[in-house]
Design a protein around this ligand. Structure first.
Ligand SMILES: [Zn+2]
Length: 443
C-alpha cells in the first residue's frame, strides 16, 4: 500500500513539474462581469494575472481603461461615464496576451427618463469653444471673459431673458469644465489650437469627409463643439458668412421633418464621424458689438450669430421660405413651424440689395421701419422681424412655441447631442468605425 502511494505522489510531482517546465501561459481576470453599474457612472477595477505581455481594449468610448497594456500582474481601473439614455448598455473589455483572450463584460443601467420627464427636463448642454490660432502670432485676442459673455447672452435668448414673449427653451449652455479625459480645463469652455494658418474656408471645413478636421471634435454626445476661426472670404462675394452649423440626425425608424436620416437604421456615434459635426463661427467678428433693439443694429452681432447657429444645431430651419437650393421666390412655409410667419425671402433679398449696399454698419435707426418689416406671404400681415432663425434685418431674439417643440424633439431623441435621450431615439443599432453619413449645413 505504502509503496503505491509514494509512486502516485511521485507521478503527480513529475506531471506538475512538467507543466512548469513548459511555461504554460497564464491570463486570468479577477472578475469577468460587472452587472447593473449605476447610470451615474463611476470607477471599477479588476486584477489581471498574467505570465507575459498583454493588451486590454474596451469596445465602447463610454468605458475607458487607465492602462492599455502591461507585462505582468496589474490592477486595471475602468472609468464608466454617465449613461444619459434610458437604455441599458453593455461594453466588453478584451484582454489578450500570449494567444489567450479574456473578456470582461460591463452592463450599465439607463437613467429613468420617459416622455413625461422629457417634457419638462432642463437640459444643460456643455459647450467647448475650439479657438484656432496662428502659431506665429501667439496668443489670441479672444479672451476668456468674451467667451463667457457670449454664452451668457445666448442663454438669455434661449430663456426669454429679454422678456419679450419668446418661448423659454428650458435649456442652458454651460462652459465645459473638463476635457474628454476628465482633466480640468484651465479656461472653462475653451481649447486653444495652434495651427500654421487658422484662416479656413468654412464650407470646406464643415463638409470635409477625409478626417482632416474631425480630430478636433470632442465627443458630441458630451459637448457642443464650436469651432472659432477666421473664415476665408471671397472678395467677389457681396456677403460674408458669420456662422455655419450642421443639422442634427434622427433615426430612420423615428423620422422627424427636416432632420437628417442616416442611410441605414443606425444611431450615429462619435466614432462613425468622418467630418467635424459642429458649429463654426467666424472669428473675425467675435468682438463686434451686439445689436440693441430699436437703437442700434449690427448684422454681424456675434451673439445673434451664435444663437442662430445653435438653433440650426438643435434642429431649427430658417423661418423664411427656403428650399434645398436656397431662397424661394414663392410662398411656402418651409421651417416646419406654423407659428413663424412665412415670407418670400427672394423678394426681400431683392428689396435689400436695391435699398442699400449690404453693409450693416451704415444702417441708421431711420432705416429700421423699412428694413424691419416682413410681409406674411400667406395672410399679407406685416410684422417686425425678431425671430432668431431669421436674419438681416431681424432683431433675432425670439423663439416660438413650435420652435420649442422641434428643439425638444432633438434634445430628447437626436444622437450626438448632449443630455438624456428617450429609448425610441437610441434603440436602433450602432455600428463600429467610420460611416458615410449624409449631412446638411446651414448658415
Ligand atoms: Zn441660418
Amino acid at each position: 500500500m505504502r509503496d503505491k502511494v509514494v509512486f502516485l505522489f511521485t507521478l503527480v510531482t513529475i506531471l506538475f513539474a512538467g507543466c512548469e517546465s513548459d511555461n504554460a501561459p497564464v491570463l486570468e481576470v479577477s472578475q469577468d462581469n460587472f452587472k447593473d453599474v449605476s447610470s451615474d457612472g463611476g470607477t471599477l477595477s479588476f486584477d489581471i494575472t498574467s505570465s507575459g505581455p498583454w493588451t486590454a481594449k474596451s469596445n465602447n468610448s463610454w468605458c475607458t481603461l487607465d492602462i492599455p497594456s502591461g507585462t505582468t500582474n496589474q490592477t486595471i481601473k475602468v472609468t464608466v461615464r454617465a449613461n444619459k439614455s434610458s437604455e441599458t448598455r453593455t461594453a466588453t473589455i478584451n484582454i489578450s496576451g500570449d494567444g489567450l483572450l479574456k473578456k470582461v463584460s460591463i452592463t450599465q443601467k439607463g437613467i429613468f427618463f420617459n416622455e413625461e420627464i422629457a417634457k419638462n427636463y432642463h437640459y444643460v448642454l456643455p459647450v467647448i469653444f475650439h479657438i484656432f490660432e496662428d502659431a506665429t502670432s501667439g496668443s489670441s485676442s479672444l479672451i476668456r471673459s468674451r467667451v463667457k459673455a457670449i454664452i451668457d447672452a445666448c442663454n438669455d435668448y434661449y430663456s426669454n431673458g429679454w422678456n419679450n414673449g419668446s418661448a423659454d427653451m428650458n435649456l442652458e449652455f454651460t462652459l465645459a469644465t473638463t476635457d474628454p479625459q476628465g482633466k480640468a480645463l484651465t479656461e472653462a469652455g475653451i481649447e486653444r489650437i495652434q495651427v500654421s494658418n487658422a484662416t479656413m474656408d468654412c464650407d470646406d471645413f464643415m463638409i470635409d469627409k477625409n478626417r482632416e478636421y474631425v480630430k478636433y471634435l470632442w465627443d458630441p454626445d458630451q459637448y457642443i463643439n464650436i469651432m472659432v476661426y477666421p473664415f476665408k472670404t471671397d472678395p467677389k462675394e457681396r456677403t460674408v458668412t458669420l456662422g455655419i452649423s450642421h443639422l442634427p440626425y434622427t433615426s430612420k425608424s423615428n423620422p422627424y421633418p427636416g432632420l437628417i436620416v442616416p442611410n441605414s437604421d443606425i444611431v450615429p456615434r462619435f466614432e462613425n464621424l468622418a467630418y467635424p459635426y459642429c458649429v463654426s463661427i467666424n472669428k473675425s467678428f467675435i468682438n463686434a458689438p451686439a445689436s440693441i433693439v430699436g437703437t442700434y443694429y449690427n448684422a454681424s452681432d456675434p451673439i445673434a450669430t451664435l444663437s442662430h447657429e445653435l438653433g440650426h444645431y438643435l434642429g431649427l430651419h430658417h423661418s423664411f421660405n427656403e428650399g434645398s437650393q436656397g431662397e424661394l421666390d414663392f410662398c411656402e412655409d418651409t421651417d416646419f413651424c406654423e407659428d413663424t410667419p412665412p415670407y418670400n425671402r427672394a423678394e426681400y433679398s431683392t428689396f435689400l440689395s436695391n435699398y442699400i449696399p449690404l453693409d450693416g454698419q451704415r444702417i441708421a435707426p431711420a432705416d429700421y421701419p423699412k428694413l424691419m418689416t416682413r410681409k406674411n406671404c400667406k395672410t399679407g400681415a406685416e410684422s417686425t422681424p425678431d425671430n432668431t432663425m431669421d436674419y438681416e434685418y431681424s432683431w433675432m431674439n425670439h423663439f416660438t412655441a413650435d420652435q420649442y417643440t422641434r428643439i425638444r424633439y432633438v434634445l430628447s431623441h437626436s444622437p450626438l447631442i448632449p443630455g438624456p435621450k428617450l429609448a425610441s431615439g437610441t434603440r436602433t443599432r450602432s455600428v463600429s468605425g467610420m460611416v458615410d453619413l449624409p449631412m446638411r449645413t446651414m448658415k
